[in-house]
Structure formats: C-alpha cells, structure tokens
Design a protein around this ligand. Structure first.
Ligand code: FES
Length: 159
C-alpha cells in the first residue's frame, strides 16, 4: 500500500469513528450542557496553534472549540490529540497539571472515562478507544496541528 493510500485510510478511519461518535453523542446524558453534551465535532482543518514558545517542555494545553485539541510536549517533543471523548463525543475535562504525572488523567464529564497524558483510555472507562493523535509540524517557530491527519500515538515532533 502506498504512503498516500495509508494516510487516506487512517484519515477515513478516524473521521468515521469521530463522526459516528458525534452522531451517537447527541443523546449523551452529559452532566453539563454545551460542549459537554456529547455533540462535539472534531475539526479536520489544519490550524496555527501559536508559537512553539507557548508549549514549554512537560506541559499540556487545551485548545477549545472549534479546534478541540490537546497539545502536549514531553521530553521527546510535541504531540496533539483530540479532546473529544471516543465514547459518545463529549469534550473531556482537561486537567493541565494531571497529565504530567504517570497516573494523571483527563476525565470525561459525561460518563467519567479517563485518559492519561498521551490520550490512552484508562481501565474502568466506558470509552474503549484512545484519543486519536494528529500531525504536528513546526515551521519558522510556529506550531501547526492537522486534525485531518492521524498519526501514531508515539509520534513526536522535535523542537
Ligand atoms: S462521552 Fe461517555 S465517557 Fe465520554
């Protein structure tokens, strides 16, 4: 399979997953209205996330709707993943300090699924899939996230 076909397959797969979640999520019994009501939709348009200096090492940052992305930076570099729960498309409650610990989690307000700082769903969650990671590039000191392109959860962009 060519590289282009592989990328296309991954994109279609994640968009299908997120799309299905958004449709199902319309009936989610969220605890709070608005973006926590299970109707969050993942943008697929690349966007400028700001200067790389906005993302110091060992920090995580939520970029709210319409981007719906959490950007992290660990010892290996930058990465980004969706902030939309894979269970029924509620927006996760982001704890900017918890992901920096090995046991830290980000929690979904709808049915309390939890994810670690790399977007991996934790045991006991109703969600069964990890939060998809997206392509991150750095050009001329600025960070671009492409939610239309999924990448492996271990991928990092060196800065
Ligand atoms: S939408 Fe159900 S746990 Fe997140």
């Amino acid at each position: 399979m060519s590289m282009d076909k592989t990328r296309g397959l991954k994109r279609r797969t994640v968009l299908g997953v997120l799309g299905a979640g958004a449709a199902v999520g319309a009936g989610c019994g969220g605890e709070t209205p608005g973006s926590d009501s299970g109707t969050a939709v993942q943008s697929t348009t690349p966007f400028d996330a700001g200067p790389v200096t906005d993302f110091p090492a060992m920090t995580w940052k939520l970029l709210a709707a319409p981007n719906n992305v959490i950007i992290g930076r660990d010892a290996m570099g930058l990465f980004a993943y969706t902030s939309i729960c894979t269970h029924e498309a509620c927006t996760v409650r982001f704890n900017p300090t918890a992901p920096t610990s090995a046991t830290g989690t980000t929690r979904c307000p709808c049915h309390m699924s939890t994810y670690n700082g790399n977007g991996e769903v934790q045991p006991g969650s109703r969600a069964t899939r990890n939060l998809p990671h997206f392509q991150v590039t750095v050009t001329a000191g600025r960070v671009t996230v492409n939610p239309g392109m999924t990448v492996d959860a271990a991928a990092r962009t060196m800065v």
